[in-house]
Design a protein around this ligand. Sequence first.
Ligand SMILES: NC(=O)c1ccc[n+]([C@@H]2O[C@H](COP(=O)([O-])OP(=O)(O)OC[C@H]3O[C@@H](n4cnc5c(N)ncnc54)[C@H](O)[C@@H]3O)[C@@H](O)[C@H]2O)c1
Length: 165
Amino acid sequence: MRILVTGGAGFIGSNVVDGYIREGHDVVVVDNLFTGKKSNLNPKATFYEMDIRSPEIRKIFEREKPEILNHHAAQISVPASVSDPLFDADVNLRGFLNLLENAVSHKTRKVIFIPQEEPFTERRKSIPRLRGICRSLFLLMRYRNSVRSTTLPIIGISTGSNTRS
Ligand SMILES: NC(=O)c1ccc[n+]([C@@H]2O[C@H](COP(=O)([O-])OP(=O)(O)OC[C@H]3O[C@@H](n4cnc5c(N)ncnc54)[C@H](O)[C@@H]3O)[C@@H](O)[C@H]2O)c1
């Protein structure tokens, strides 16, 4: 299958890419190298150095036509999300929505991602603002799935339980 992995130069994304390539899949990586490293990139994957918020993402969907979107690109620093919540939301919410919009319009069959909410809602109960932002992500995701993309399965994988909407 042709799989687009965002954040494929990061810790989790690069291991996901390696696994897909071992299984014989065709992998495309999008990463802006904000925290990711070129040395993490699998040489067998096609790499685009790009921000997930960019309008240019559309061209990658057009060219590569991914069947699956596996989303791991994220602003993951909790201190950064407290000191600059707008930046955090911009990357983690708007960036994700930009990908979803493209997945819908380019007929991607499935979206897989690790929800951001678990570390905050379950393990970091003392950061209410983040809980709000993370809950918004879920609301937006559900909105997107039910209103805009009824044919696009979105699977969130967490360490507790898997969610499907
Ligand atoms: N590491 C963990 O233990 C853990 C646990 C649970 C969930 N997660 C989730 O897994 C995902 C990946 O985490 P990680 O630990 O691999 O982090 P990471 O920082 O190693 O990887 C994130 C990747 O996203 C890229 N990126 C950041 N902003 C981007 C943007 N605007 N456009 C394109 N690329 C961008 C970075 O360059 C990096 O390569 C996150 O959603 C995180 O919340 C991680």
